[in-house]
Write a protein that binds this ligand. Structure first.
Ligand SMILES: Cc1cc2nc3c(=O)[nH]c(=O)nc-3n(C[C@H](O)[C@H](O)[C@H](O)COP(=O)(O)O)c2cc1C
Length: 275
């Protein structure tokens, strides 16, 4: 009897051991399966990660590139950056360089399209100078003073004296008083305002010197003057005879204390194409 019980007990133990082993195998298989799943997931996630990285690189390069960054108001990735995704960093750099070059060319073209204006003037006692400054301010032009190499003294300007320097110069149509300095890059100007005081009904001879010193062909010239009361008369016409190929607009005498509004009104009426 004891033997039978012992055998039965042995059988039960063997079966229990067998089941335990089976369970352990099942658990191992399941664990391996999960491990496999986790590995697959990680592998897929890795690919997504690399796409993120390349976008991230583009984004960071974008913020480093100064001019491009300035053009991105919200700092977001531009359509060009999106197009650059997948390109090597060298290709991206090349794309950005050409984009930057394009922007610079656009800026240059814009600047080239601007009308360049010069307001040149001679003023012995600063009356014409005031008007010239007002004009330059209104048109947004550069200003240039015609400065005599030999400055005029009060005695030189004495029109009551037949032998004063100004009288002698005005009596000699070939007189060309020397100018100190010159206009830099006269070629860049499209419109030149030329201002002077009226001396004996004419422009002072030093203005003749100025007109003969440059090539004004293709340019528009606008004369203006101040005086004790005389009009511009034939002074501008006589100056125009000293230039070739320039378009002279009809000039105007302005009072030394002309208001900005008066000057602006006159300029408006000239029909200039001021950009
Ligand atoms: C030598 C000389 C001649 C002048 N001749 C005239 C003239 O013929 N008609 C006139 O109205 N004013 C004449 N004026 C006055 C000036 O044209 C006037 O004062 C002018 O506004 C001065 O300009 P400025 O200060 O820019 O030199 C003459 C002045 C000088 C010094």
């Amino acid at each position: 009897m004891k033997k039978i019980i012992k055998r039965k007990t042995e059988n039960i133990t063997a079966e229990t051991t067998k089941r335990t082993i089976e369970k352990a195998i099942k658990r191992t298989v399941i664990n391996l399966f999960f491990l496999f799943l986790v590995f697959c997931f990680a592998a897929c996630g890795g690919n997504g990660g690399s796409a993120d990285t390349s976008l991230g690189e583009n984004g960071s390069e974008n913020s480093v590139s100064g001019s491009l960054a300035e053009n991105e108001s919200d700092g977001s990735v531009s359509s060009n950056d999106e197009a650059n995704v997948g390109l090597s960093s060298e290709e991206n750099d090349e794309n950005r360089d050409s984009e930057k070059e394009g922007l610079e060319n656009d800026e240059e073209a814009e600047m080239e399209n601007e009308t360049n204006i010069l307001v040149a003037y001679f003023s012995a006692t600063n009356t014409t100078e005031g008007v010239a400054k007002t004009i330059a301010e209104i048109v947004g032009g550069d200003i240039y003073e015609i400065v005599p190499e030999d400055p005029y003294t009060d005695a030189d300007l004495d029109y009551g004296d037949d032998s004063s320097r100004s009288t002698l110069e005005m009596n000699d149509s070939s007189s060309r008083p020397a100018i100190s300095g010159s206009v830099e890059n006269m070629e860049k100007y499209d419109i030149i305002f030329i201002g002077y005081p009226i001396w004996w009904g004419e422009a002072p001879r030093i203005v003749n010197t100025f007109m003969e010193s440059y090539d004004f062909s293709g340019k528009t010239i606008v004369p203006f003057c101040t005086s004790g009361g005389s009009g511009i008369g034939s002074s501008a016409e006589n100056l125009s005879a000293l230039t070739d190929g320039a378009t002279w607009l009809s000039g105007r005498r302005l009072s030394g204390n002309a208001s900005s509004d008066t000057v602006a009104e006159w300029i408006d009426g000239l029909g200039l194409n001021i950009g």
